[in-house]
Write a protein that binds this ligand. Sequence first.
Ligand code: SF4
Length: 371
Amino acid sequence: MSIEKDNRIVFTLDLSGRFIFYTDGNATYRRSLENKFLRIKHIASRRIVEQLSEDESREIAEAAYSFLRSTYDDLPQDLKDSVSEALGMNYDKLSMDAAKIRDIYGGEVPIVPPDQYFPVYVQAESGCSWNRCTFCRLYKDRTYGVRTLEDFAIHLHKIKDFFGKGLSARKSVFIGDANAVNIDQKLLLQMLDMVMEEFNLPIFSFVDAITTQKRKSEMQFQEMHDHGLKRVYIGLESGDPNVLRIFNKLMNVSEAINLVNKIKGSGINVGIILMAGAGGKKYYKGHVENTASVISQMDLGKGDIIYISPMYEYEDTEYYSMTKDLGILGAEEKEKQIQELKARIREEFQDFNGRALEAPIAPYDLMEAVY
Ligand code: SF4
């Protein structure tokens, strides 16, 4: 539900009183279930996203709930009933709520795709079955494992209890962690059925271009589609063989093209995730040109989407040690590369297919990908 005042202040929260969005006229703030507060501002044509410190987060949470309490008397009775649980909410209670969700997932959820910030996250597997990309530290501390059906059933019930009435604010289910579609097909289909039975919402997941191609056929994707899987996200990052090699994404670009085309053939939509700055200054041109060429060979249409985020080079990754040789692009250079990628992908797709690319190309920031 959303409460708005003077066309300026808007507070959106779920029926359990959890903060979702707050706009104070200057910026918009989003809270993740793990209690991370993001400030989102638009300056000129740029979208600037920053994660707030704990003190700043507390200040915003208190401002939002004070706003709610100050407007309560003027609300219609049905809305009063709906927000009553939220009246006693504050930053400390939100922190306790976040501790519960970390407990359910055995730690923080490392990432969700750009349009899946508000799913019900369910963990069919823990970690990444590959876990060897040089730039990635998402699942380094997580031992890979697949849940049993019994354990998965308990997990789903814990999640349902956690959300309570707030479940109505969730519009999809995301099955994690990194490559849940790789799970043994029979077990996976049973898990999809259990998710549908509990939540009855469209299901989304990641695939990885390295191992999924070898493990799943188009027919198996069709079965997943029949059992509720609507879209999968693939962290392609780049279509340049040199960049993929230094990322240790051990695949041939034709495998990534085949993977996407067989997923599309099954009726499931795809989200392709690219990174601006991948391969640094050394591979700048190859990254733009080869990525456009690879994307043009994918059978993308209206229900698909391409996301481009600036790359974050973390010092504690193997990739970082290579950046001395590669050179790191600054923020403006990455922004410029995003624009170049967008233009080249559209041109190349048109040239290769004789039709315009209908899938939107959306910039986003990995920092926003918090659960
Ligand atoms: S496949 Fe994805 S999650 Fe796994 S290591 Fe590579 S980038 Fe990270």
